[in-house]
Design a protein around this ligand. Sequence first.
Ligand SMILES: Cc1cc2nc3c(=O)[nH]c(=O)nc-3n(C[C@H](O)[C@H](O)[C@H](O)COP(=O)(O)O)c2cc1C
Length: 342
Amino acid sequence: MANTQTRKADHLRICLEEDVQFNQLNTGFNYYRFTHCCLPELNLNEVDLTTTFLGKKLGAPLLISSMTGGTQQAKIINTRLAEVAQNYRLAMGVGSQRIAVENPDVAHTFAVRSLAPDAVLFANLGAVQLNYTYGIEQCLQAVDILEADALILHLNPLQECIQPHGDTNFKGLLDKIDRLCQQLEIPVIVKEVGNGISAAMAKKLIEAGVAAIDVAGAGGTSWAKVESERAENNLQRRLGKTFADWGIPTAECIVSIRQQYPHIPLIASGGLRDGLEVAKAIALGADLAGMAFPFLQAASESPQALDELVRLSLAEVETVLFCTGNANLSELRQSRMLKKIT
Ligand SMILES: Cc1cc2nc3c(=O)[nH]c(=O)nc-3n(C[C@H](O)[C@H](O)[C@H](O)COP(=O)(O)O)c2cc1C
């Protein structure tokens, strides 16, 4: 238990203090450009960012991606994130709740529902835990702690390979995810942690019954780099460095999954760093766009810095809508104003 708390504290410290972003900026969004509209025929004040996700209303298509919990510092960060999620009616995930399932004394570091009664909240567990004694009971516990709207299961095979004492038995997981989707009454979302989900894997997950997919693709926070920083020996350190840039770029995941599945609720995340990229992700077919590291940086600085980040991100998305002549997100998706630069 103390070990898990140390790991969580290490993750926050390393993400904030070390350079653990991908070496190459390869989310793929840089290959796209919006066509400017010089006469929008719109009033900027009337541009509409509201949307719905899994039947829940949101003020904007923004997700504060799953990050933390389990320590005092994590509680402060989750509290600040929840307050901003409530103020702007955003979606928010918490970090893996395994630590709280195993020690209910730290459940309060995740329990932000009272601060964010109108936000859409996602519980979080590693899917691989289903191979290490976890089942419906532990999933329900995670959901109850947060009074969550959905459960996110994260897939992190590369991280587990590099992490000291990682859980590396991923055999038979798809069947267990399938069973869980049938048993749980709330939606199950599957996400990666920064290495992406291909269209072929999305097909298997959708057939297993997942309600939504968060691609969490390559180009942002590199968990191979994070775990390389935590390595207990030279081999682990070098292994992490070799795979620092491994994964499918976020934009590529979105385009390929959306092409085959026009209606699956889809989240773009992994390396999104501003509202312009959020807008590109939406135009490529995502329903929501998630950011982790930028929210972590701002939340650890101050509630004011966090509020400013959200206001700026929303202003950036609004500016894209206005300067492409689209009044809302559905219009943006259909507008074909985003062109691939060849
Ligand atoms: C400090 C930190 C902790 C994270 N912990 C989790 C976690 O517990 N569960 C999870 O699904 N993803 C976790 N992630 C991954 C993020 O949700 C996200 O998929 C990934 O960081 C890529 O997004 P980014 O490039 O915007 O950081 C974490 C990210 C950060 C920065």
